[in-house]
Write a protein that binds this ligand. Structure first.
Ligand SMILES: NC(=O)c1ccc[n+]([C@@H]2O[C@H](COP(=O)([O-])OP(=O)(O)OC[C@H]3O[C@@H](n4cnc5c(N)ncnc54)[C@H](O)[C@@H]3O)[C@@H](O)[C@H]2O)c1
Length: 324
């Protein structure tokens, strides 16, 4: 049994409390935190505290999960880690690489597990596509396109790069095992700061080894929706690998060979689906076995891609992804 506190009782935090935590009986939430008096008053699931330190001291919890407002990510992470607790923080970790690296370093110095919830890594198609790529099932990859198109007010009314593209940048790194090199980003509406809203963007993402991904992100419009991880078209010199199909089918994986023959690839269920699997890996890491799904130190490289996309959106120029 691992004693946890949950920080953040907004729409996504309430969803974690109702639908994800109950799937893992060894995750024992012993206290909740929210800075908003209204959110604290509305929550009836247990003791709610106004501050992180107070909650950790009162409950003796060894770890925290934080589906907290994006603007509070860095401050909350610092509070949890300084207090000596392990942390699973929602995406996007931060909006800048310097802060991400500093916080990952703090966790490392204190010997704490610090993970980011990149739950798209635990869609069942992901290990299948990764395995096909590792086995060079369509030969050398020449070109990739990714389309994400949903009518989603939560994304439309915020900054789609910050809310959504971070998932796809992280998936690009995870699927291809390559790091970002440069990003050119044309947002649908002007983005001068990460707080500016935009419902989508067109991006050219350059990865190591000369691989380019044409990426379209859109939360506007009508018509069939892509699944949350998107529709991927991965062209190699020996065939085409496709993952995801509209409407909303994240389990469709197929290979088209050089003669045009299409074969469907089986996609087995994962033992635990997306967030529940991320939480399982985090709890296991806290108990000393295995690695989290996306350790913060590695996730800083996904943040570097988001930072480059925001830079490019602001300047209109191709932006290099920070490397170290
Ligand atoms: N992984 C996913 O697929 C996914 C999907 C949706 C949202 N999210 C993430 O979940 C998080 C929460 O989303 P949301 O829509 O509920 O956010 P939100 O903006 O509604 O904020 C959540 C709560 O955080 C509280 N809060 C703000 N500052 C705080 C602080 N310093 N200490 C304690 N509480 C504080 C707010 O009062 C609010 O109740 C965000 O990071 C978002 O990116 C992830």
């Amino acid at each position: 049994m691992t004693d946890l506190i949950q920080i953040g009782l907004g729409p996504w935090g309430l969803d974690w409390a109702a639908n994800i935590l109950p799937q893992l009986p060894d995750a024992d939430v012993v206290g909740w935190v929210d800075a908003s008096p209204e959110a604290r008053a509305a929550f009836t699931g247990g003791e709610v505290y106004a501050g992180v330190e107070e909650a950790l001291a009162a409950t003796g919890a060894v770890a925290a999960i934080a589906p907290v407002a994006i603007g509070a990510h860095a401050a909350v992470a610092r509070q949890v880690l300084e207090a000596g607790a392990h942390l699973l923080l929602e995406k996007p970790f931060t909006l800048d690489t310097a802060t991400a690296r500093e916080l990952a370093g703090l966790a490392e110095r204190k010997g704490l597990v610090f993970a980011i919830d990149q739950n798209y890594r635990l869609f069942p198609g992901v290990p299948v596509v990764r395995d096909l790529l590792e086995r060079r099932a369509v030969g050398t990859i020449r070109r990739v396109s990714l389309e994400w198109h949903r009518h989603h007010s939560g994304v439309r009314d915020s900054n789609a790069l910050v809310e959504l593209a971070i998932h796809h940048f992280d998936l690009m790194r995870h699927l291809f095992g390559r790091e970002g090199v440069a990003i050119t980003c044309v947002p649908v509406t002007p983005v001068r700061t990460a707080q500016d809203r935009t419902p989508g963007a067109s991006l050219i993402v350059e990865l190591d080894g000369g691989l380019t991904i044409d990426y379209v992100l859109s939360s506007q419009g009508v018509g069939p929706q892509t699944p949350w991880p998107g529709v991927w078209r991965i062209s190699g010199d020996e065939g085409l690998l496709q993952w995801g199909a509209a409407p909303d089918d994240h389990r469709s994986v197929s290979i088209t060979d050089a003669d045009g023959n299409v074969s469907a690839v089986e996609v087995p269920e994962l033992p635990l689906f997306e967030r529940a699997g991320v939480l399982r890996a985090f709890l296991d890491a806290v108990e000393g076995s295995g690695e989290p799904t996306s350790p913060a130190a590695d996730n800083a490289r996904s943040v570097a891609m988001l930072e480059a996309a925001l830079d490019s959106a602001r300047t209109g120029e191709r932006a290099k992804v920070r490397r170290w």
